[in-house]
Design a protein around this ligand. Structure first.
Ligand code: URA
Length: 199
């Protein structure tokens, strides 16, 4: 691991944890930091941790993570080749009518709170490629507030913010709810893998 980058990342995570300390306490929320090699050329960005991620303290280790792994395998990419993080780093929750704690989409306040930390994280990592998963990270990274993934998926955007090329994909969880997206997802990933091979 690159000593100085990993040290900077540790310092970044410590500062983030300190900043959110008071906000986390009332609900005993847990920060789920990015995970992987800070030297990775590819950074994957999801929306926010779910239940399993909050329990285990790692991004994409639940249902959506399994789908992500399956897709990565098909393109020959491994988790070890990547750094994976989320826009919002705690699990946004709501209480269902039945009284269960359930996931919800991050709200505007949460997005505004966490965005500057994601921006710092990306500046520090300086990846060659940023792969956004779904609308939330696409909007966060591109700055296009009303961008929709249906219009942007599967294409590389040269330049982009943070000096990296970015490549939007659907969120892997979308495939759970919409099986017909599976082929599109695979085609998009194959296109990304081909672009990587060309350098
Ligand atoms: N969905 C996300 O966007 N991120 C995770 O870490 C898990 C599920």
């Amino acid at each position: 691991m690159n000593g100085s980058k990993s040290k900077q990342l540790l310092a970044h995570n410590a500062a983030l944890a300190a900043y959110f300390d008071d906000l986390l306490a009332p609900e005993k929320k847990r920060i789920v930091f990015g995970d992987g090699d800070p030297r990775a050329r590819i950074v994957l960005i999801g929306e926010a941790p779910g239940e399993q991620e909050a329990l285990l303290g790692k991004p994409f280790v639940g249902k959506a993570g399994k789908i992500l792994d399956e897709f990565l395998e098909k393109t020959g990419l491994k988790r070890e080749d990547l750094y994976i993080t989320n826009v919002v780093k705690w699990r946004p929750t709501a209480v269902s009518k039945a009284g269960r704690t359930i996931n919800r989409a991050p709200n505007r306040e949460e997005l505004a709170l966490f965005l500057p930390w994601l921006q710092k994280e990306l500046k520090l990592l300086q990846p060659a490629y940023i792969v956004t998963l779904g609308n939330t990270p696409l909007r966060a990274v591109s700055g296009l507030k009303s961008a929709v993934i249906g219009q942007y998926h599967g294409r590389m955007f040269p330049g982009g913010a943070f000096g990296a090329h970015f490549f939007p994909l659907y969120h892997p969880a979308a495939v759970i709810y919409n099986r017909s997206l599976r082929d599109t997802y695979l085609a998009d990933l194959a296109a990304f893998a081909a672009l990587l091979r060309r350098g």
